[in-house]
Design a binder for this molecule. Sequence first.
Ligand code: PMP
Length: 429
Amino acid sequence: KEKENEKEMIWYPYTRFGAAEPVVIREGYKEFLVNENGEKIIDAVSSWWTNVHGHSHPKIVRAVSDQIATLDHLLFSGFTHHPAQKLASMLLKLVPGRHAKVFYSDNGSTAVEVALKMSLQYWSNLIKPRKKILAFNGSYHGDTFGAMAVSERGSFTAPFRDKLFDVVFIDPPVKGKEKRSAENLEKILKDEPEAFASFIYEPLVMGTAGMKIYSAAALDPLLALAKKYGVLCIADEVMTGFGRTGKLFASEYMKSKPDIVCMSKGITGGVLPLGVTTATKDVYAAFASPDSDKTFYHGHSYTGNPISIAASVASTTMFMSDANVMKRITAIGKHHQQFKKTLLESYHDKLDDVRVQGTILAMDLKTKEGGYHFKGRDELYAYFISKGILLRPLGNVLYVMPPYCISEASLKKVYKAIINYLDTTFTVS
Ligand code: PMP
């Protein structure tokens, strides 16, 4: 009885009332999750896009257990620790755009909050206040209020709409709309050349929007325009960072580099919560003042947690020292491209816009009632779970985003299940 009651006590995130009972997972290793019956499920979405080296990777397990036995946590103001300094120095070598400072927080939404606040206070500290922020229509930057404000005004944010600050949204430069998007931005900036503090964007892949992909060549002119008007460019690399798009950071594909970068998810290998916001020397310079009003008054109890940081040092070390990691990323991209060809040749009647960016493969199922509320979505999810594969479609958008350690056999199993689903179960309606 007690056990039955326990099942009812959790309020799950992003889970509607009446959804199927959650699957209980007993353990995880490599690309697999193991349920209570000992059955393996391939984690083909990397547990909400976090996992990169595989579950319970021995090197990260070791780093975390060593750290917890040495120093678990400490306040991060007036005190510091070596792992935090080491990670900062590693990240600053890797992040595109010669950044000078690393600010720690706990998750992707807080990394975004920090970036937005930094950009607004930057202008306030310079006594040239700029109050407006630019973002893309359709974007997603997190679930806290500031992050919601710069995200799509859709069903996620509808109950809070009147509480979200105004943001100027422009269309992302998706295929066919590159020129319009740039012209629109130019007009906005020309009209109010000193109004915009920052422009926040998901570089190359807009994840929650449905893995919408646009090109580096299309984003570059927008970034150049923003820079021309002094607008701080904030790259939200929470999802795209740490190899997802084929390079370590998506911002590496563009000539114009961001002034501020947000990271989370893959930063710890997908093992522990950690957010990071990095900034250039110029951004930091506006805060480097003996005037205490210029201080950045932001921090969380668990800012700079040594255990999360130890996981991140271990994970980042693997990216830097194990050439195999980047090779695996490239190999997954090649397999995806190959599979994309098959889908385009044989399933164009059932699919729209099959697309690949690095380790991300996505496709739209042809349906009349598309979008996030596609009715076949739960059936689709259940179909793959019954085949031992975790794919979590975004409405009618089916995508594969595996941990980089995934074996070829597992990847082929995922592709085969997609083919079987299209052949036997999916009908265009
Ligand atoms: N930015 C992007 C681009 C994201 O995809 C997400 C999460 N899916 C976030 C921010 C928010 O991260 P978190 O869930 O860790 O708050």
